[in-house]
Design a protein around this ligand. Structure first.
Ligand code: GLU
Length: 395
């Protein structure tokens, strides 16, 4: 019956992050000893002070529909957060709370993009950006980068990619999958180019903002000349270990926020009331309360880089944020290992899933066909064991 499905869904690629996670789960159920380093999600529990706020909200009978754009108290807390952490001034009418940052991004794409518009994606980019642009019937245009430049694009590359049809650019720093963090100076240089093209909107996905190992985070909406055409997306999933709570949000010019609310009002309405109440507490508490997770991620990053450094043919950049390493594995392309011919990153990822029982995600899904993504949001023991297995499978 799949010929009965719409072209829209038939042309939509499956999310490779979710697909690999599902595959790993399935293999585990079959009794295989799989280490899943595929999905990007903290392995910590949501901190108690946030859980307590949720329990309190249940007991206080927060159970009714919320405003589509989120409780006013939450939108006020988000405004305080943007001011405190990002030097961006929004009022609550400029904020929309959604079911995960993924929905925030989809809302923006749906309300700003027309068929034929071009969306610039500095590569590597998170798997769903290209899919969401496609769903909005826009064309995505990759701006490539390599491990040699720490996966950063230059202002010259940006300018060369712009056409009269360019409607948006997606930035994501710290980056999923490469862990790259752009400095303020680098953002300002890219911003100088964008200043010349007032027809381009900027979506800045800052979901990994707090998982940062040193380079201060910089929000492009804090550049005054770009504020009126920048949408800042964030959420609580990564920083507060709240992936399943599904709370994302955006700050934007009011007319864009209003359009996102209208879109969301026809699809999902306001997101979960209990999770919204808990998010007020998460955002109003000092960031220092979650630093222990960031510190642990840094230890794991150093561990995995060290271990991978000893595996032949695996080349890594030093990620400055997020919780992924994104090694270039192209050394193995064209080689036959344990009787299996590896032609590309997908073959490589499949090879280590089958021969090492380690699940990762192919870089092809992120617009970087020489690489694979390994999430180190896992215990140190799992990381050690995973790299040991990879190394021995490749020998
Ligand atoms: N953003 C996470 C990842 O890249 C979660 C999965 C997803 O939604 O893609 O693994």
């Amino acid at each position: 019956m799949s010929n009965q499905l719409s072209d829209r869904i038939n042309n939509l690629p499956t999310s490779q992050t979710l697909a690999m996670a599902a595959k790993a789960r399935e293999l585990k159920t079959q009794g295989k000893d799989i280490i899943s380093l595929s999905l990007g999600e903290p392995d910590f529990n949501t901190p108690d002070f946030i859980k307590d706020a949720a329990i309190e909200a249940i007991q206080e009978n927060y159970n009714a529909y919320t405003p589509v754009n989120g409780y006013l108290e939450l939108r006020e807390a988000i405004c305080r957060k943007f001011k405190r952490d990002n030097n961006i001034h929004y009022n609550p009418e400029q904020i929309v709370v959604s079911t995960g940052a993924k929905q925030s991004i989809a809302n923006v794409a749906m309300v700003l993009l027309n068929p034929g518009d071009e969306v610039l994606l500095p590569a590597p980019y998170w798997v769903s950006y290209s899919a969401i642009a496609t769903l909005a019937e826009a064309k995505f245009v990759e701006i490539p980068s390599t491990i040699e430049t720490d996966f950063k694009i230059t202002p010259e590359q940006l300018e060369a990619a712009i056409t009269p049809k360019t409607k948006m650019i997606f930035f994501n720093s710290p980056n999923n999958p490469s862990g790259t963090v752009y400095t303020e100076e680098e953002f300002r240089a890219l911003g100088k180019v964008l200043e010349k093209y007032p027809h381009i909107y900027i979506l800045s996905d800052e979901i990994y903002e707090h998982i940062n190992y040193g380079t201060p985070n910089f929000s492009i909406a804090s550049i005054e000349s770009l504020y009126n055409r920048t949408i800042t997306v964030n959420g609580v999933a990564k920083a507060f270990a709240m992936t399943g709570w599904r709370i994302g949000y955006l700050g934007a010019p009011e007319w864009i926020a209003k359009a996102c609310t209208k879109m969301q009002g026809q699809i999902t309405s306001g997101t979960n009331c209990i999770a919204q109440r808990a998010t007020i507490t998460a955002l109003d508490n000092p960031v220092s309360k979650i630093q222990f997770m960031v510190d642990e991620f840094k230890v794991r990053r150093d561990l995995i880089l060290n271990l991978l450094g000893n595996v032949e043919g695996i080349k890594c950049n030093v990620p400055q944020g997020a919780f992924y390493v994104f090694p270039d594995v192209s050394y193995y392309f064209g080689k036959t290992v344990q009787g299996v011919k590896i032609e590309n990153a997908s073959d490589f990822a499949l090879f280590i899933l089958e021969k090492a029982n380690v699940a990762t995600v192919t870089g092809e899904a992120f617009g970087a066909p020489d690489c694979i993504r390994i999430s180190y949001a896992a215990s140190q023991d799992e990381i050690k064991e995973a790299v040991k297995r990879i190394a021995s499978a490749l020998k």
